[in-house]
Design a protein around this ligand. Structure first.
Ligand code: ITT
Length: 199
């Protein structure tokens, strides 16, 4: 059976496709499958991942994998969190990540130069089947924020995030290296362990 990757975010789609690639499963993106972008009404990463996976499985008739993720900044009480995608839209509703990064930086500076710059990414991955089954896993990666942005790989907030025990940002890393330690890879590993235990 085909696996629907229930995301409209190109950066995510690429990363999830790369994580799934070694398993030789035929995948199809949400846009390719003609799926609408659901309204993310949940108040947690897990609730939103489940809502997206459920809708995609129901509408497509195929198993669907959805990802809800975001950047949680300690000094901002966990913001932008589940609102990461729309955190810094311009007047036209476009996402402007440079603006988002500047917002993070401005907020941190307002709290004082010695504010710890700790942050983490969270990723909830949800796998739903058309018959109603659903399994969800949550992964995290801790790090610190850096400014100005560095690197042009990855997507989203990657240029300002340096994972703990490293000195380059996610956007400066080869994809394989990010996949070895990211929040998405962490959730994906838990999903694989669960699938393995089902056999
Ligand atoms: P879908 O719901 O269609 O999957 P979206 O972009 O709306 O796409 P989210 O609501 O989960 O998805 O928003 C996640 C945002 O968090 C994403 O747009 C990025 O800005 C950020 N983000 C998530 N994972 C990231 C990563 O690995 N690196 C950098 N930024 C990331």
């Amino acid at each position: 059976d085909k696996l629907v990757l229930a995301t409209h975010n190109k950066g995510k789609l690429r990363e999830i496709a790369e994580l799934v690639a070694p398993f030789g499963i035929e995948v199809i993106g949400a846009e390719e499958a003609g799926l609408p972008e659901p309204e993310e009404t949940g108040t947690t990463f897990i609730a939103n991942a489940e809502l997206k996976a459920r809708q995609a499985a129901d509408l497509s008739g195929h198993p669907a994998l959805a990802d809800d993720s975001g950047l949680c900044v300690d000094a901002l009480g966990g913001d932008p969190g589940i609102r990461s995608a729309r955190w810094a839209e311009d007047a036209d509703g476009n996402r402007d990540f440079t603006r988002a990064m500047e917002k993070v930086e401005t907020a941190l500076q307002a709290k004082g130069d010695d504010t710890p710059r700790d942050a983490h990414f969270t990723c909830a991955l949800s796998l739903a089947w058309p018959d109603g089954r659903i399994e969800t896993f949550e992964g995290k990666v801790h790090g610190t924020l850096t400014w100005p942005p560095r690197g042009d790989k990855g997507f989203g907030y990657d240029p300002i995030f340096v994972p703990h025990d490293h000195d380059i940002s996610f956007a400066e890393m080869d994809p394989a290296k990010k996949h070895a330690m990211s929040h998405r890879a962490d959730a994906f590993r838990q999903l694989l362990d669960w699938l393995e235990a089902q056999r």
